[in-house]
Structures are given as C-alpha cells and as structure tokens.
Design a binder for this molecule. Structure first.
Ligand code: KG4
Length: 337
C-alpha cells in the first residue's frame, strides 16, 4: 500500500511516499533561513511559505520515489497539533488530492508520527513500549500500548524542552534554531560556576522548564550588566546537562515503575547528543532496550507521518472531506469521535 503523506505543522513543508515502514522518498523544504531573522517561527510567514512550496515538494517526492499519482493508494496528513494556519495548508492540499484520486484520507497526529519515526529503521520495534517525545512545542512521556493506542503519563506544565534550549541559546547569541547550536558548542558543565535550579513538579512524570529558562536568561542579563563575560560552551553544557538530567531521570523512573523493558525517544530534541548518551547509559544500567530515530527523522518530516498513517489505516482511522486542522490535541484523543 503506497501512501503519500504531507507534513506542514510548523516550519517544514514535507511530502513523502511510504509503503508500510519503508520510505521510498522524503522531501523536506525547510523555512529555517527565513524565520532565523526573527529568532523564532512567524506563523503567518510559515503558512504562506507552505502554500508556495507544497505542490513542488509533492512533485519531487513522487519523482524521487519513481511513482506517479496513479500508484498512490492513500493520502495522509498531519492535522494536529501545530500552527493552525500552517496545518490548514497541508490539510486542504491532502483533502483535494484524496478527493481527486478517490483514495482514503488518513489524518495523523503530529506526536504519534514523531514516535513512528522509530519504526523506520528498527524493523523489530513493536508496541508496547514507553516513549519520551521532546520537541520545540511538546515534552511528554507516553505509554505506547499499541500502534494507535497511547496513554500519557506526564508532560510539561509550562515550556517544552526544545523551547528552553531555543530561548536560552538565543539569549547566548547562538544561531537559530538554538537547540541545535547549543548542543554543538557545549563542552563540560560546571554547576559551581553556573548554579542552575532543578525545577520541581508535583506530578511524578511531569516536567517544568520555564523557571530554568528564566533563570538562565536572568543570569546572562546580570552578567552583561556587570561586564562579566559568559563562558558560552560551559553554560551551554550546564543547561544541556540540567535539561537532560530531568528528562532522563523521569523517563527511566517511569519505565521502571510501569515495568517497560523497551524505551524510545522521539521529536526534534531526541537529536540531542547528551540526551542520547545519557539515556543509552541509564537504559543499559537498568536492562532497558533503547531506540531513537535516525537524525534525519528526528525533526519534522513526512516519512514519519506516512509510517504512522499505515497503522492508523489498519485501525480504521480514516478521515473525510470534513477534516479540519486542530491546534491542540492530546496524543491519546479518541480517533472515532
Ligand atoms: O520536532 P521538531 O523538529 O519540531 C517540533 O515539532 O517542535 O523539534 C524542533 C526542536 C527545536 O526546539 C530545536 O532546537 C530542537 O528540536 N533540536 C534540538 C537539537 N536538534 C533539534 N535540541 C537540542 N539538541 C539538538 N541537537
């Protein structure tokens, strides 16, 4: 079954052709250079760029996979959560395509597709497993009880881990998107030099990153006012270690308490080198098998949408022409509603 999938939830326009877990093509047109000027994604610009790019990206995906629209058996699209104007471009394009080809339309939840990125190169990975999904807008720990059944154990009470990386990196004057560059410049952490707070949350598996973010920004401003030079590689490493400590600690605790022997990482922040290293170390210590997606599937892309769509299709989660974009929606929403 060949699926053409469309992703436009934020600042990447992506179209892929997949067959089950196999990726035949995955084209990603990024808007990063444009949003870089503003230090963050400008929703109106994102929507307009998606509208401009989507047809050409679609053509390229078909061409690279060596197929035509006649070979397509279903159309999949990210419909939630994300920037509403950006999502609408993909949703409307997908509806038109499905209607004209007379094939099923498969709505896909963005975070479900991030988790599905793990299936691409890991043939043996099957639910149930526990997943930490960390991106620019989300940080959640989820039980993946089946391919389309999820139970969220906890998540951020305020900012996502990616937001914390991006905003602290911006205050440090690093390039955009900050998380990527903070990870690149980080050397050894030093909590004596930079005593960053360890955030507290009441929920056992919940996170909080806004206090940490604010304390780093205040530290940078205070140092500037006093004319004290910031050691960027050391502060970057200290921020990175603090964020990873929290993510790793809660995820491993959740796996142990719930009896999971398989854990996966997902989302843009799962590309973080320290997060991968620490999770690998801790999982090995506790006899847990760890999976994470190849770097090219960590960020937003349509291949992961196509792979998740295959399982949504098998579960009967099919959309119709009334499909709409949704800005916020929990991963464990009821598809039949
Ligand atoms: O999943 P994604 O591409 O988009 C969302 O759905 O949010 O995630 C983007 C986030 C950004 O915050 C970016 O800075 C972060 O992932 N990111 C990283 C790294 N690579 C991307 N954060 C830390 N370390 C990285 N290596």
């Amino acid at each position: 079954m060949k699926i053409i999938s469309i992703e436009s939830s934020c600042d990447e326009t992506s179209v892929a052709i997949t067959e089950g877990r196999r990726v035949l093509s995955n084209i990603v047109a990024t808007q990063i250079p444009e949003h870089k000027i503003y230090g963050g994604v400008v929703p109106e610009i994102a929507s307009r760029r998606h509208a401009e790019a989507i047809s050409a990206v679609c053509q390229e995906a078909l061409c690279e996979a060596g197929v035509t629209l006649e070979d397509i058996d279903a159309v999949a699209v990210t419909f939630a959560p994300g920037l509403i104007g950006a999502l609408l471009v993909g949703v409307n394009f997908a509806k038109g395509l499905a209607l004209s080809l007379d094939v099923p339309l498969i709505p896909v939840h963005h975070l479900r597709s991030h988790i599905a990125a793990n299936y691409v190169d890991n043939e043996e990975l099957k639910p149930p497993f526990l997943c930490l999904t960390v991106s620019g807008g989300n940080s959640i720990i989820t039980e993946v009880t089946d391919y389309t059944k999820f139970k969220t154990l906890g998540g951020t009470r305020d900012d996502a881990a990616g937001e914390c990386f991006d905003k602290t990196a911006r205050a440090l004057g690093l390039d955009y998107p900050g998380g990527v560059y903070l990870d690149k410049v980080a050397t050894e952490p030093d909590f004596k030099k930079y005593p960053l707070p360890l955030p507290h949350t009441d929920g056992e598996y919940d996170f909080s990153f806004s206090g940490l973010k604010t304390s780093v920004i205040n530290l940078i401003h205070n140092s500037k006012q006093k004319g004290i030079e910031i050691d960027i590689p050391v502060l970057s490493a200290t921020i990175r270690k603090r964020v990873c400590d929290i993510l790793v600690d809660k995820t491993v605790k959740a796996a142990q308490n719930k009896g999971y022997k398989t854990v996966a990482l997902a989302g843009g922040v799962s590309a973080n080198s320290e997060l991968r290293r620490r999770m690998s170390e801790e999982c090995e210590k506790h006899g847990i098998k760890l999976y994470y997606p190849p770097l090219k599937y960590c960020g937003d892309n349509a291949a992961m949408v196509g792979v998740q769509a295959y399982y949504e299709y098998l579960s009967g989660n099919i959309g119709d022409v009334s499909l709409n974009a949704v800005a916020t929606l929990p991963i464990d929403y009821n598809c039949q509603d």
